[in-house]
Ligand binder design. Structure first.
Ligand SMILES: [Zn+2]
Ligand SMILES: [Zn+2]
Length: 333
């Protein structure tokens, strides 16, 4: 019976519907008029959308177990470890850094706008570093390994990535005056939107969301981010507002003449949990072992993926620039 109870708790926890069940049982729906109540209902939306996505794929006979297997295995692996470290890391950073904040903000609409812009900046910093620093790419690449897009990709993360991301983002936000209540509210919106932008082609074929594509980071932008096509590599690092991608020149629209190819560029076995989780560490280890001298060995750890001690670099930036140059030359002909 204990096993059944644990399983029940896990399912309720996965769908985030514990609070909703309690509310229905008590018959008291007043919580829906509070912020906490709305968060509770929204939090349960993504797992249900995922279920809907899978059912639709079944209905259209497009369901392939390998499209979902690895993200779910990674989810199970991370389930107990990552969340706890992450919560502890956020609390620790707030306690440590709050007194050093440049000024303090309150929970008002204008500070919310300020806080969100700062949050997006901190997300940009964490995310761009995850792509540009080889050791951090080892952590982030698990999220880019799936070779298709669907909501289960949300669960594909190396277990240390969330704590690392939260330390970077929380530290920047707290130091720049975003108060903890505001920060948690922003984190909630960000978590919801960050999950939604992984919605797959099975539910939403054209993910540009009409005019919203001009003002928000849409699922279409995030599909571009997950693509390994030369033009799309290392672009669209933001989450909800893509201001910082515009500022730092990493903004890229989805082009309808380029078919998105999901995944990472190295040879890998997308169905192997080992390869998805540790493959990049193995590659880095091999490069370090083969590099001459201590300086080169250390450089492999901090330089972008594709950097080579021989000078024959194959970084995302070089590949993307070559593609853009090639297209320009073709046009000039
Ligand atoms: Zn990424
Ligand atoms: Zn993603």
């Amino acid at each position: 019976m204990d096993i059944l109870q644990t399983l029940y708790n896990e399912i309720i926890g996965f769908f985030g519907i514990g609070g909703i069940i309690k509310m229905v049982q008590s018959g008291d729906y007043s919580a829906l008029s509070t912020l906490g109540g709305i968060q509770m209902v929204m939090g349960a939306l993504i797992p249900f959308l995922l279920l809907f996505e899978i059912l639709r794929a079944f209905f259209y006979k497009r369901f392939k177990i390998e499209d979902y297997k690895i993200p779910f295995l990674v989810f199970v692996l991370n389930r107990f470890v990552s969340n706890f470290i992450s919560i502890a890391a956020v609390t620790f950073c707030i306690g440590l850094l709050e007194k050093w904040a440049v000024f303090t903000t309150t929970f008002t609409w204008y500070w919310l706008i300020y806080g969100y812009i700062i949050w997006e900046f901190s997300h940009f910093v964490y995310h761009a570093l995850g792509h540009k620093v080889r050791i951090l790419w080892c952590l982030h690449s698990t999220h880019h390994a799936p070779q298709q897009m669907n909501l289960s990709v949300n669960f594909a993360h190396f277990f240390l990535e969330a704590p690392y991301a939260d330390v970077v983002r929380t530290s920047i936000c707290i130091l720049l005056g975003v108060n903890p209540a505001l920060l948690f509210f922003i984190m909630f919106i960000d978590g919801f939107w960050g999950s939604f932008i992984h919605i797959g082609e099975n539910i939403l074929k054209d993910a540009r969301l009409g005019f919203l594509n001009h003002i928000l980071l849409t699922p279409s932008h995030h599909r571009v981010h997950h693509a390994k096509n030369p033009l799309y590599m290392d672009t669209n690092f933001c989450n909800l507002l893509n201001i910082w991608d515009h500022v730092f020149g990493t903004y890229q629209n989805e082009r309808m003449d380029i078919k998105i190819e999901y995944g990472i560029t190295r040879e890998m076995n997308p169905n192997s949990l080992w390869d998805v989780y540790f493959g990049e560490f193995v590659c880095l280890g091999k490069d370090i072992a083969a590099a001459p001298g201590l300086k080169n060995k250390l450089l492999y750890i901090v330089m972008p993926p594709g950097w080579s001690h021989s000078g024959d670099h194959k970084t995302a930036k070089i590949t993307r620039t070559a593609f853009i140059e090639g297209e320009r030359k073709d046009k000039d002909k």
